[in-house]
Design a protein around this ligand. Structure first.
Ligand SMILES: Cc1cc2nc3c(=O)[nH]c(=O)nc-3n(C[C@H](O)[C@H](O)[C@H](O)COP(=O)(O)OP(=O)(O)OC[C@H]3O[C@@H](n4cnc5c(N)ncnc54)[C@H](O)[C@@H]3O)c2cc1C
Length: 379
């Protein structure tokens, strides 16, 4: 395996990390406390080219997967809410357009996402199903030269603020997995309404909500990819999302490690800094061991991706480990802070609340383990 990058790429990654720490991290606590989507951050991310880091050709900078992963890690470390919101916009929503969209759809929908003149979201989950994505009830019925979309999506990142959504709907109820189609939906269309943002445990400056479609008229050229291929396209998109979720976990864990390390060197107990107590030594060491292991797994997936290999179970392994690791590391950071770790005076509690999404979002840990085991046990 070769994870090496050029000196120029390393300098660019270091510059992006500095940008995240200087511009984004200082806004994270207030945005979380007020559950406010930090709009100015998106302007800054656009200026530095973050939204162009995902794709190549007319729609991006053509960065390597390893470079992209380093950027994602820096962003999640600075503000996990911003990571989730920005990656749902350009990754989950943008990827189906980039990989399966027509040139006209890319120009119509992907261009404004990359330019950030619109905000995008990815609508798969529904009130009645998430893991069991093939059980969606949202329906698109053929009508003349178009479709009529009715149904409801729930737990959608950016739904309260988005202009555009990639939406999955059943077009042939008899065809099971093969009866789902992916549509691009302008959310200003008549018949689209949204729920209020959900109050959440963590990631509070990343707005999450529901979308309701009541007989929304769509055209034939609003179908992204092929009719009946939506479920496969959703799974392909979520596989890419899993790579992102590794860096969500690693970034949060790095931030938690940094704050725990700092606190351990500053706080004294029994006449010496916490950092001189063996129990704290072990925690700090374990945090670093786990972060490094997760990063290696994630880099392996990035390296495989850059060689055009199938990453399926490797992405599940890396996602499961990195996101569960982040919860353990953030919990250890709270513990090292003692009672102060339980207060909002320190960021450790926010890291723990934010990290908790990782084993749930973009395929729960349980379903990842199912996928890993099915692959291992396949004849
Ligand atoms: C903050 C946030 C942002 C989100 N953003 C988006 C988004 O942008 N777009 C989107 O489409 N969705 C989004 N989601 C939804 C997320 O993907 C789902 O919550 C997730 O897939 C789980 O689905 P569910 O909540 O319906 O849980 P369920 O599917 O009801 O699962 C409940 C529990 O049962 C377990 N379980 C279910 N089936 C199995 C099985 N076969 N084997 C073992 N265990 C199983 C699950 O692992 C889980 O522990 C978001 C969720 C959150 C919290």
């Amino acid at each position: 395996m070769d994870f090496s990058i050029t000196k120029d790429d390393e300098a660019a990654a270091t510059a992006f990390d500095r940008f995240c720490q200087d511009k984004i991290a200082p806004r994270a606590a207030k945005a979380d406390a007020t559950s406010t989507f930090p709009k100015e951050t998106w302007g800054d991310l656009k200026e530095i080219g973050f939204f162009e880091s995902f794709y190549e050709g007319d729609y991006g900078l053509g960065l390597s997967w390893v470079q992209r992963c380093m950027m994602e890690e820096s962003l999640a470390k600075a503000c996990a809410s911003t990571f989730l919101t920005a990656c749902a916009h350009i990754g989950l929503c943008g990827a189906p357009l980039f990989y399966f969209g027509t040139p006209e759809q890319k120009q119509r929908w992907l261009r404004p996402l990359v330019d950030v003149s619109t905000i995008g979201c990815f609508g798969l989950t529904e009130p009645g199903c998430g893991t069991d994505a093939a059980a969606i009830k949202t329906r698109a019925k053929k009508s003349g030269k178009g479709w009529v979309l009715s149904g409801e999506k729930a737990l959608i990142t950016n739904a309260p603020i988005a202009d555009f959504a990639v939406v999955f709907a059943v077009t042939d109820p008899e065809a099971g997995y093969g009866g789902v189609t992916m549509f691009g939906v302008d959310l200003k269309k008549p018949g689209v309404t949204r729920s209020a943002p959900y109050p959440k445990m963590g990631l509070r400056s990343s707005p999450t909500g529901g979308l309701i479609f009541e007989e929304v008229a769509l055209n034939d050229d609003d179908v992204i990819g092929e009719v009946g291929q939506g479920f496969i396209h959703a799974m392909q998109t979520l596989e890419l999302g899993r790579i992102g979720m590794c860096h969500f976990g690693i970034g949060i864990a790095e931030a938690a490690y940094d704050c725990a390390r700092k606190y351990a060197t500053e706080r004294t107990a029994f006449g010496k800094p916490l950092a001189r107590l063996q129990a704290v030594h072990f925690k700090i060491a374990d945090m670093k061991i786990e972060i490094d292991a997760a990063r290696m797994m994630a880099r392996r997936v990035a390296w495989m991706k850059s060689k055009g290999e199938m990453v399926g179970p490797m992405a599940s392994i890396a996602k499961t480990y990195a996101t569960e690791m982040a919860v353990r590391v953030a919990d250890a950071a709270v513990q090292i802070h003692g009672g102060w770790g339980y207060t909002t005076d320190f960021a450790a509690e926010r890291y723990l609340r934010d990290a908790r999404l990782g084993p749930i979002g973009e395929g729960t840990s349980e379903i990842q383990r199912e996928l890993i085991a099915r692959d291992l046990l396949a004849e």
